[in-house]
Design a binder for this molecule. Structure first.
Ligand code: NDP
Ligand code: CA
Length: 300
């Protein structure tokens, strides 16, 4: 496989009747902060050129635009202004919630804090409600943020709440319980915005499906399903990187949705290990250490 050639990713259709009938295409993607990726992450096999912003930004944009999502949920955004300006040419408008003490700010020559962003098609949706928050952990504000936005589809008059977050990174029992607390706060936050309407919660949860926060979401009173767990199991990976400590192939990113109001019609398949290549992620063709998740949904 040529390391410079991007093979197309195909959609897996889950029910044949709804293929062309979807109401909503959602993208979830941790795009990898430029400052963190270049100065902090130490991806040992990634070619240096792949981490250059002027090179990488084109791949980020073309990946987003090639799937024409109605709604885009992003994490580790530290070039919001660039995305806002460029995605505006394609009809999108966006909201940014920076982390209060972003690790980017501790790196020389940073481009500002990283945070979460939601973009959506401006002429397609009316914004009914917009909420931004810092997620509390045991009543104290953490360094992790969330956005929740209630959108009305002008074509169908149906409303959907879209939320996104990037939960605390790192392994260990304490980090895992911090993520669970943040997840609890996120569910409350979404519940307040959605008020019983359809909701889609996208994020880099930094948690494998075996973690308590995943169980919390699976058992939530919002009755959530996970778009990529269509056969009962999450995919084998959404992130694949090689740092100095070794190789990490993990499932950390999810698109949760309220099963009472929504159904998933198709999901964008992930590239195989062979297609990703031996340097893993990020690479000259995949600009982030996380893969994008895209799914088509319709209202029930
Ligand atoms: P998190 O633990 O949530 O991680 C922050 C970022 O680091 C994430 O984007 C994460 O990416 C990335 N990351 C996770 N693991 C690694 C790793 N092994 N190597 C490189 N990058 C990694 O941090 P918080 O936002 O909670 O910030 C923690 C605190 O640390 C803040 O107060 C911050 O200011 C401070 N800090 C200070 C620095 C300094 O130089 N003084 C440097 C960095 C942070 P992903 O989610 O994809 O894993
Ligand atoms: Ca990261």
């Amino acid at each position: 496989i040529n390391a410079n050639m991007k093979l197309p990713r195909c959609f897996l259709h889950l029910n044949s009747t709804q293929v062309s009938n979807s109401d909503l295409r959602v993208m979830q993607w941790n795009v990898l902060s430029q400052t963190i990726g270049q100065h902090y992450d130490k991806f040992v096999l990634t070619p240096r050129r792949a981490l250059d912003w002027k090179y990488r930004r084109g791949n980020i944009l073309s990946e987003i635009i090639s799937y024409l999502p109605d709604v885009i949920c992003l994490q580790e955004v530290d070039h919001f202004e660039f995305l806002r300006r460029t995605l505006a040419t394609q009809g999108y408008t966006g909201v940014f919630n920076p982390k209060p003490d972003s690790p980017c700010l501790h790196v020389k020559d940073n481009n500002g804090p990283d945070g979460c962003a939601i973009f959506y098609l401006k002429n397609r949706f009316e914004t009914l409600k917009l909420k931004q928050t810092v997620l509390p952990v045991w009543t104290i504000n953490s360094n992790q943020v969330a956005i929740s936005i209630q959108l009305r589809d002008i074509r169908t008059n149906k409303s959907v709440c879209i939320a996104t977050t990037h939960l605390k990174a790192r392994s260990g029992a304490l980090m895992s319980s911090i993520r669970k607390e943040q997840g609890r706060a996120l569910l409350e936050f979404v519940n307040e915005t959605s008020e019983g309407n359809a909701a889609v919660i996208c994020g880099d949860f930094n948690a494998e499906p075996t973690e308590p926060v995943y169980e919390l979401f699976s058992k939530s009173s919002l009755n959530l399903g996970s778009a990529y767990a269509y056969n009962g199991e999450e995919p084998e990976y959404t992130s694949w990187k090689v740092r100095e400590e070794g190789e990490q192939r993990q499932t950390l990113d999810y698109i949760f949705y309220t099963k009472n109001n929504l159904q998933v019609n198709s999901v964008l398949k992930f590239p195989t290990g062979c297609e990703i290549g031996e340097c893993r992620l990020p690479s000259l063709i995949y600009p982030s250490d996380h893969l994008s998740l895209v799914c088509d949904m319709s209202f029930k």
